[in-house]
Each structure stands twice: as C-alpha cells, then as structure tokens.
Design a binder for this molecule. Structure first.
Ligand SMILES: Cc1cc2nc3c(=O)[nH]c(=O)nc-3n(C[C@H](O)[C@H](O)[C@H](O)COP(=O)(O)OP(=O)(O)OC[C@H]3O[C@@H](n4cnc5c(N)ncnc54)[C@H](O)[C@@H]3O)c2cc1C
Length: 496
C-alpha cells in the first residue's frame, strides 16, 4: 500500500471527490484505496456469490451480457449479489474508491451499460426469486428474467404485462416503463408496480411507493435503469391471466405484396392499430424486403379475425396476401411462443433462455402525431434504406394513454406508436451505427423526436430530451437528491 498524505491527495480531482465520501471511511483510508485500488478481498468477505476479477475463472460468464457487441468490455470486477446488504457493500466500495459502478440484471441494455469498462458490475442474477402471494401480489427479485416471472405467474393463473423476450430482466424493463404485447389492454409494466426496494448511493435501503419516497417512486418508473440506486426487489399487483389469447403470426416473408405497396399498408396500420379494440395489439415490421405483421388478441380467434378484416379493407389487401395464422392458447403459452420456446414447457424455456445473441444495434422513435399519406410514404422509404436495417411499429393507445392514476416518469403515454429501429452488425458496430443513424434521424424529423429509454442508443445526440421530454428537470432533481455525488454516473445517466 502506498502512503499518500491528505494534502497531496487533495491536490487532485480524485482527492476532492474522495472528500465527499468521508462518511464511509477516514481520509487516510480513502487515500490508500484511491492509490492502491479497491480492496477486493474485503468485498469478497461481504458478497457470498463471489467477486470475480478479470484473471479469475468465472469472470467471463459472470460479466457476460446479452449482446455480443459488448462482451469484449472488461469491468474491473463482477460481484454476484443476492440481497441488499451485498449491494450496499458494492456501492460502498465504489464510492470509497471512486470507481464507476453499474448493475446488471437481465444484461439486455441496448448500449451495453450494465457492462462498463473498469466499473464494478453488480450482477443481480442471484436475486431472482418470484413469490406470488395469496393476495395476488408478486414480490420479484431484481435479477429475475421475464421467463422466470411468467413461469411463476402462470402457475397461479396470474399475469402482468411485460416484454416478450425470455431473458430480458424485469429490472431494466420495469425501470424504463415496460411495453408488451398486451399493453393496449393492460397498460405498461410500471402501472402494476406497488413498491420498489432500492439501495441508494448513500448505502441506504429504501422502499419507494406512493406513500414512501414518492418522488423516487415516480422517477424509478420510467427514467430507465442505472439512475437513483440499485433496485433489489419489486412488488407488483397482478391480474388474472386472460383465459384465451390468440396469437397472430405473420409469414416470415411478410405480406405477399410488392414493396411499392408498403406505404399504403403502413398508412392503414397507423390509422387502425392504435385505435382498434384494446384487446388487440399488432406490430408491423418493415424492411427493404418485407412487411410483416404479428400480434396478440386477448380473446378468441374468431373475434381477432373479424378485427383483422377491418385492417385488410383499410390497407387494400386480401387475407391471402396477409398470410396470417391465428392460434388460440393460454397466456403463458403465448409468452412461450414469443420467446421461441415449446408450448407448455416453462422449465425448458427457462433453462434454454440464451444469454447472448448475434450482434445488433437498436434505437427508437415515437409517432407523436398523425401522419398524412405523403409523410407515410417518406417514412416507408426510410425503412427501406438498408438491407441490414428494419423498423418495427408497435401500437400504443388504449390503456397506455395518459391516466392520472399512473403518473410516473415515462413521458410518451400520449404517443400513437413506438418505433424500434434495428441494424444487424455483420460488419461491426460502426458500420451498423452508420446504417442506423440516417433512419433514426430522418424518422425523428418526420414523426416526432421522442425515444424510449429502454431502447437506449449511445450514438443518439438528442437522447436526453427525446427520452424524457418535459420530465428532464424533475428527473435531474431526483438524481441530485439521491445521487448527489454521481456515484452511479454513466454516459447516458440523468446526471452523466
Ligand atoms: C431482445 C430484447 C427484447 C426486448 N423486449 C422488450 C419488450 O418487449 N418491451 C420493453 O419494454 N423492452 C424490451 N427490451 C428492452 C429492455 O426493456 C431494456 O433493454 C432493458 O433495459 C433491459 O433490462 P435488463 O435488466 O435486461 O438489462 P441490464 O443490461 O441488466 O440493465 C439495463 C440498464 O439498467 C441498469 N440496471 C440493471 N439492473 C438494475 C437494477 N437492479 N437497479 C437499477 N438499475 C439497474 C443497468 O446498469 C443498465 O443501465 C428488449 C430488449 C432486448 C435486447
């Protein structure tokens, strides 16, 4: 250990920063830590799941995230945490040593923010319990994946509206808002949250709810992961699962129509999908080569088919051209279907849920106002820009619409639809980013500049205003209150 005097230390910015944390340790101790680096052995004594350094066996699996574009990053250490005390130990270590810290729950951040170079990764995957109580509330550990949540809820005939990919984390998804294949009927994931347990950077475990830390509760529902604290547990209300769900599946080749007809179909979808019955949710995905629809109807197949007839008529296509299949199943099976798993087999789907996929980048925009046909034609043209880029239109409206009962930081409830924009990265990250940028920026000009924080995009210049809109100032004030020394700072944090 190197001996550094307090005076020497305070000549540096790091020393000034350390001074803010005298509550955690004596000045001398801070000084030694700053120069000698974190005492990982001390942290190991407090984190039962283990603390892995780059040279350790077990480091790479513990540090792994979903998107392979980010698996070359090297966190300084990965701590496998199971409870709030272990999270506190990590926050204390990061604050004392002024090293960045980032939680990893499902590991699906579009920009890979749960795996940051030289940061302490707080891997929450051991905190994955899902306890569905007799009163219908569900207490869910922040490390649970969506498939774990659906599996336990299905056993009790209950549901919450959450996302459709099996290995996405309930934590990141909920903190950003949570859009799902039934959000028009059941609202957003955040609408079902009763309370959130979170360790704030001052190492206090707090319960955020409408009556306890209400401003923190407001911010945690929509500001996106990585801000204000590290969540350890959510309590959700749940709804009875719909008895019958009809899954509407489009042919992988999409509609049997020429590319020149895409604009007309998109215009029809925009007029129809966001205002159709709330039970129906359909997305339209466009690329140079296809126009494909998938969807979910909370009800029987015959009703879904009648609603789709309205769309065909509006779009000027026939049922034969649409090439859709309609299959009735339980809600649980519908979630398995979206996860690409065999129906009726949650255990296998849980075991197979993949930790990584191929490389791709994603970003988003919101359709914030109605579009005339000439604008829709330009939008369709942008969707055709590059064979490696595709755009998916997801309807909002219905139960997503603004409702004072669900006041939270998610700012896009009045939008007509959200757009997911993806670029495959067969030629690496930069090529994918270059292909995606004109589509994202062009769509921003045409349809509205809003974006969904859960589709966070490291290259998006207008991300702060786009993600938070009118809530920017209020969110900054929540961040200043709970993380005044920016322990949780990251490039697209509310206080970066
Ligand atoms: C294949 C795929 C499908 C998706 N489908 C949907 C969908 O259907 N609906 C939808 O709304 N979104 C969807 N998303 C987006 C998803 O909601 C976000 O990527 C979300 O942030 C992922 O959360 P995570 O816990 O898996 O990721 P992580 O990478 O673990 O975390 C995301 C961010 O939150 C922080 N964080 C993680 N854990 C915590 C914690 N416990 N406390 C505080 N901060 C934390 C991380 O540091 C990071 O900044 C999808 C993403 C992918 C890749």
């Amino acid at each position: 250990m190197i001996d550094v005097t307090r005076r020497q230390l305070f000549r540096t910015g790091a020393g000034l920063a350390a001074a803010a944390y005298l509550g955690f340790a004596s000045d001398t101790e801070n000084a030694v830590r700053l120069v000698g680096g974190p005492d990982w052995n001390a942290l190991r004594k407090r984190v039962k799941g283990g603390v892995f350094l780059p040279q350790d066996d077990g480091y790479r699996p513990a540090a792994r995230v979903f998107n392979d574009l980010f698996n070359e990053r090297t966190p300084a250490a990965v701590a496998l945490c199971a409870d709030a005390d272990e999270v506190k130990a990590c926050l204390e270590t990061a604050a004392r040593n002024r090293i960045p810290i980032a939680a990893r729950s499902g590991g699906h951040s579009y920009a890979g923010y749960s795996a940051q170079n030289d940061a302490l990764m707080v891997n929450m995957t051991k905190a994955n319990s899902v306890d569905v109580r007799a009163d219908g509330t569900a207490v869910i550990g922040s490390g649970a994946r969506l498939i774990d949540v659906y599996a336990e809820l299905a056993k009790r005939g209950r549901s919450i509206p959450a996302g459709s990919c099996s290995s996405v984390g309930i934590a990141g998804l909920t903190l950003g808002g949570g859009l799902s294949v039934l959000n028009r009927k059941y609202g957003m994931t955040i609408d079902w949250v009763e309370s959130i347990k979170v360790v704030t950077p001052d190492c206090r475990l707090r319960t955020a709810s409408p009556t306890s830390e209400p401003e923190l509760f407001w911010g945690l529902r929509g500001a996106g992961g990585g801000n204000f604290g590290i969540v350890t547990e959510f309590t959700f209300r749940t709804a009875p699962a719909p008895e019958t769900v009809t899954v509407i599946w489009g042919d992988p080749g999409g509609f049997a129509i020429p590319v020149s007809a895409h604009a007309q179909v998109l215009a029809a979808w925009l007029r129809w999908a966001p205002v159709e019955r709330d039970e129906l949710w359909t997305f339209l995905r466009l690329n140079q080569n296809y126009c494909r629809l998938l969807g979910t109807y909370a009800g029987p197949k015959a009703e879904a088919q009648v609603l789709l007839e309205r769309f065909y008529a509006e779009a000027g296509i026939t049922a034969e051209q649409a090439r859709l299949t309609f299959t009735e199943m339980s809600y649980g099976d519908a979630m398995l279907r979206y996860a690409g798993c065999a129906l009726g087999d949650f255990p296998k789907c849980q075991a197979d849920a993949k930790n990584t996929v191929g490389k791709h980048l994603g970003t988003s925009r919101m359709v914030e106002h109605t579009l005339d046909d000439a604008t829709v034609a330009k939008v369709a043209e942008l969707c055709h820009t590059d064979p490696n880029v595709w755009v998916q239109f997801d309807p909002l409206g219905g139960s997503v619409l603004p409702n004072p009962r669900y006041d939270a930081a998610f700012p896009h409830r009045g939008a007509i639809a959200d757009l997911q924009i993806y670029a495959a990265a067969p030629n690496g990250r930069d090529a994918a980013a270059a292909a995606m940028a004109p589509v994202r920026d062009g769509l921003g000009e045409l349809i509205g500049r809003g974006s969904y924080i859960n589709y966070i995009d490291a290259d998006q210049q207008d991300w702060l205003q786009a993600s938070y809109g009118k809530n920017v100032a209020r969110l900054k004030s929540v961040a200043r209150r709970y993380d005044p020394h920016r322990i949780l700072a990251f490039p697209q944090g509310i206080t970066p």
